[in-house]
Design a protein around this ligand. Structure first.
Ligand code: F6P
Length: 479
């Protein structure tokens, strides 16, 4: 099991509590998606919706009530209406909302952050066809730069003297250098929740954009990643483009065990679990929980299950693959097309193998976090097979809430693999046959081995509380 590289992991020994305003340097965090998000209610007034995404939810748990300042984007019309109505507020947190022009924001978020940078860092470009960097894209890059400038200016005007500023993720990659130029007294750290592109992939970006991206991040005192591997990729890119790399560190995030178990034991989760158990009877359950996202590799997951049913007739009728996915980034054609592919792949398995009374694949694209957690709790096997993933929190949430000594089938390309290899069954996410073999091994694994692996997974996940991740960033600011 590979733990974060101690040389680069700056947590001071014994430091597990997050820095609180008033007990040290004031804390500012900045992210595109913020702690609160809104939708329009029946009467057209904005009302609070759940927080989507691992970053915003995890960070919110860590800084809630701390008095920290959180600079975040008002992403939707409902968010912007909430800001106007004074609803973007929470006791114990100073939320500073950045409101951009919706069209400019769409260019920055959809075209650059998601269709370009996300695809680059996850190695998702289909290079024969995409990306195409036309003049429209270059205008989008300018919008991305302005969006980052807006953040930098708000941070510079809101941060107290000597504050520590933790800038999160690729949406804000240009912010560190901009803040440094505006406020030299601030200690800025950038943390990436994604992998980082290898140099050959970063070279696909227009030269100026690639250089700006690296120089922007290099303006931080230190850049953090969930694994040493992504830090090394960033350093290689800097070397390739002649940018002086800042200090880097690896610090993987983990879920908050107490909160997660409390949620898993809530009436809503318990009821969802009972419904699942009843629907399943004595069949085994393979579970996956993902965003509908090209990097998550859902289609190959269904192909592997198809292969399993073909080669191992004994599993026919006795295993159900439950895939609870939720839609995201619906403004992007790639995501809409991928959703169709995912639905078709699941339907094909069912057309081929279903019998009266047995549906092999249950795919439901509806955002129901309680039901998803209940499925992870009741799973015999959890599949997490991304093509490339910064960390993957589901791989860590499953072992905490699972009650059946569930086996984790885990892509070696997920950041979480560094901590969980050995206890999980590792797979090459492109190798459908090997994934099918791993599913078979997981479904037929003797009980003692399941118990041993499940305990090892739990130890690995719970041994590093999420406060360590925040403390590492704060420690990195100090140098
Ligand atoms: O970078 C990773 C991440 O921020 C995750 O925390 C989250 O799952 C996802 O991206 C959310 O993306 P978005 O904010 O675009 O919905």
């Amino acid at each position: 099991m590979v733990m974060p590289d101690p040389v680069h992991s700056p947590t001071p020994a014994g430091t597990t509590a997050p820095l609180r305003a008033g007990t040290g340097a004031p804390l500012v965090v900045a992210s595109n998606r913020g702690p609160l998000s809104f939708r329009f209610g029946a009467g057209g007034t904005p009302e609070q919706a759940g927080t989507a995404g691992g970053l915003a939810g995890s960070l919110h748990d860590l800084v809630a009530g701390s008095g920290a300042t959180w600079v975040a984007c008002a992403m939707s019309d409902a968010d912007r209406a909430a800001v106007d109505a004074g609803l973007m507020r929470e006791d114990g947190l100073r939320i500073v909302a950045v409101t951009s022009d919706p069209d400019e924001y769409a260019m920055a978020y959809d075209m650059v952050s998601n269709a370009t940078l996300w695809f680059a860092h996850h190695h998702l470009f289909d290079l024969t066809r995409r990306p195409v960097f036309d003049h429209r894209w270059h205008r989008a890059w300018s919008a991305f730069r302005s969006f980052n400038e807006q953040f930098a200016e708000r941070i510079a005007s809101e941060a107290a003297d000597g504050a520590v500023v933790l800038v999160q993720d690729y949406h804000l990659a240009l912010v560190p250098a901009m803040v440094r130029d505006l406020r030299a007294d601030l200690a800025v750290v950038h943390f990436s929740h994604t992998p980082f592109a290898d140099p050959g992939v970063l070279r696909v970006l227009p030269d100026r954009a690639g250089g700006e991206l690296l120089a922007g991040m290099a303006g931080a005192a230190a850049c953090g990643f969930h694994t040493r591997r992504w830090a090394a990729a960033f350093e290689s890119c800097c070397e390739d483009l002649g940018v002086r790399a800042p200090r880097t560190f690896a610090s993987p995030l983990s879920p908050d065990t107490g909160r997660l178990l409390a949620r898993a034991g809530s009436p809503a989760c318990t009821a969802a679990g009972e419904r699942l158990a009843e629907a399943l009877g004595d069949r085994q359950m393979v579970v996956r929980v993902d965003r509908v996202e090209p990097s998550k590799n859902l289609v190959r997951g269904f192909l592997a299950f198809d292969d399993l049913l073909e080669r191992h007739p004994e599993h026919r009728g006795s295993v159900v693959f439950v895939a609870f996915a939720y839609a995201s980034r619906q403004g992007l054609a790639e995501y809409l097309a991928y959703r169709t592919e995912v639905e078709q792949a699941a339907a094909l398995v069912n057309e081929r193998w279903a019998t009266p009374g047995w549906t092999p694949v249950v795919l439901d694209i509806a955002d129901d976090p309680d039901r998803s957690l209940a499925a992870l709790a009741h799973a015999d096997v959890v599949v997490v097979n991304p093509l490339r993933d910064g960390l993957n929190l589901v791989a860590k949430e499953g072992p905490i809430v699972n009650r059946r000594d569930g086996v984790l089938v885990l892509s070696r390309e997920a950041g979480a693999h560094d901590e969980l290899a050995g206890a999980a069954l590792s797979v090459n996410p492109y190798d459908v046959a090997a994934t099918a073999d791993a599913l078979h091994r997981a479904l037929t694994m003797p009980a003692p081995e399941r118990a041993e692996r499940a305990a090892a997974l739990r130890d690995a996940v719970t041994g590093r509380p999420p406060q360590r991740w925040l403390a590492d960033q704060i420690g990195a600011a100090a140098g």
